[in-house]
Ligand binder design. Sequence first.
Ligand code: ATP
Length: 307
Amino acid sequence: MSQTLHLKAYAKVNLGLDVIRRREDGYHEVRMIMQTVRLFDRLSLTKNQSGQITLSVNLPYLPVNEKNLVYRAIDIIRKNYHISEGIHADINKRIPVAAGMAGGSSDAAAAFVGMNQMFDLGISQETLMEYAVGLGADIPYCIMRGTALSEGIGEKLTPLPPMPDCWFLIVKPVFSMSTRFVYENLRLDESTCHPDIDGMVAALKNQDLTGITDRMGNVLEQVTQEHFPQIREIKDCMRQEGALNALMSGSGSTVFSIFTSRKAAEAAGRVCRDRFQIKQTAVVCPFNKPHVRSRILSRPNRGEQQK
Ligand code: ATP
């Protein structure tokens, strides 16, 4: 009988993103405060006897071959654990694509966790994260989830106390952003305004919401706002509509803001949608549950494993 495992792959935002320097190998050394939010893709993994990895995705422009990070995560585990059975992965995307919310990385993280569960491999989270970093710097964090300080190229992770209760308004402008383009055009000099990451860590420890929001900052905005002034306009609009603060996530183009009231966040979302012809908006809360390993495999059409 075929067995299907259903997983949720959650998006992240960067409450703070600082770039320290460009390393000789071309990677950038970063200091980022990561926060998982309750906006997710669905990933279903089904075993079969084909001996192949196959993919289906609800967005026709996304790859269904080895260019998809899910394919590569499954492939890594199959090869390392000599798994001969075939796997079909169905990806239902809701996280905006190429938007600075780690959608692809989170799908890959769910695939690593799912393969471990499905074949009862007993791989520790630490080992899974070591496989993951070879595929993408943000994937280990997407396995860990929650609130974290991310350093190095994104692989040095320190868990932090969870974000205090709040609501995130997430707005994806019509244009997308290439992470590569943004980093290649980043010029760090004396005029660069670096966010106060240590201050934000202290504010998280004190559960001081305005201490956190007052320190929101992203050095990559200096590149993206120059090419797409609408990013600044959306942030200004969100603040005018009552947000404690607003910021671009990752390398963009998603802009998010923080509210204490869900209603206010939804109202601001409607204003942004109408003013900037936005197609993708969401109001979500922080998500802080780690990936949990479960031994029970679902049969087709049965409930979800991973909450
Ligand atoms: P990050 O925040 O990590 O920079 P992002 O949100 O900017 O990520 P993604 O949505 O993860 O970007 O995808 C960027 C590119 O990666 C896409 O254009 C797509 O071609 C490729 N990709 C590979 N696998 C996936 C996947 N499972 N979901 C989305 N994109 C994927």
